[in-house]
Design a protein around this ligand. Structure first.
Ligand SMILES: Nc1nc2c(ncn2[C@@H]2O[C@H](COP(=O)(O)OP(=O)(O)O)[C@@H](O)[C@H]2O)c(=O)[nH]1
Ligand SMILES: [Mg+2]
Length: 196
């Protein structure tokens, strides 16, 4: 197994486009621009595996990646992007609802911005995850933008709420990427102690 062997599988605009897989599937959920694509690229040590947008809100497809023999990694479209029309919002809602209700999901990584904590949209997503009784982990990304004391404070606050189910992450820090790889493998191991 190697994260570097990760490959893009397909993009889906609807249920019919989901690829078949026997691998445990982990889905990344988070606001637009929070760093989901960067997370995938960093984790898989490939610069252009996932598209990193300059402008938020452009991804309207579910993107499937695969780490061979290990894991299916899914980049869900980001939420919380203000400039969506009502029609777009409805389409987005259906895309997400369909995916989360029909797909067999091993777990969710709720990606949040470590500078902001859980925002109202993240709380909604969390409620949704909990309603569906999915295991999840909170990944607080862009932690390179925090000072050391802010990092400690943020981690403490999140741990009070989520216990061990939280990790600070930075796509720019190899040490944190390595730690994340290990945590992710633990997360998909059935006997592990997942939160939720
Ligand atoms: N400093 C820093 N910037 C990041 C990090 N992760 C993502 N970004 C930046 O945040 C922006 C949005 O990232 P992207 O991965 O496209 O977010 P997505 O919309 O959630 O997929 C880009 O400009 C990235 O370079 C990180 O860990 N640290
Ligand atoms: Mg993206």
């Amino acid at each position: 197994m190697s994260f570097q062997n990760a490959r893009f599988v397909t993009s889906a605009a609807a249920m019919i486009g989901y690829p078949a897989t026997d691998l445990p599937e982990v889905v990344l959920a988070g606001r637009s621009n929070v760093g989901k694509s960067s997370f995938i690229n960093a984790l898989c040590q490939q610069k252009h595996l996932a598209y990193v947008g300059k402008r938020p809100g452009k991804t309207r497809l579910i993107n499937f990646y695969e780490i061979p023999e290990t894991l299916s990694l899914v980049d869900a479209p980001g939420y919380g992007y203000a400039k969506r029309s009502r029609t777009e919002l409805a389409a987005y809602g259906k895309l997400m609802e369909d995916y989360f209700t029909t797909r067999s999901i091993a777990g969710v990584l709720l990606i949040i911005d470590s500078r902001h904590g859980l925002m109202p949209d993240d709380e909604d997503m969390l409620s949704f995850i909990q309603e569906k009784k999915l295991s999840f982990m909170v990944v607080a990304t862009k932690s390179d933008k925090l000072t050391q004391s802010e990092r400690m404070k943020t981690l403490n606050q999140l741990q009070q709420r989520f216990g061990n189910g939280v990790i600070l992450f930075s796509a720019q820090r190899p040490q944190e990427v390595k730690k994340m790889q290990d945590r992710l493998l633990q997360f998909i191991t059935p006997s592990s102690n997942n939160p939720a």
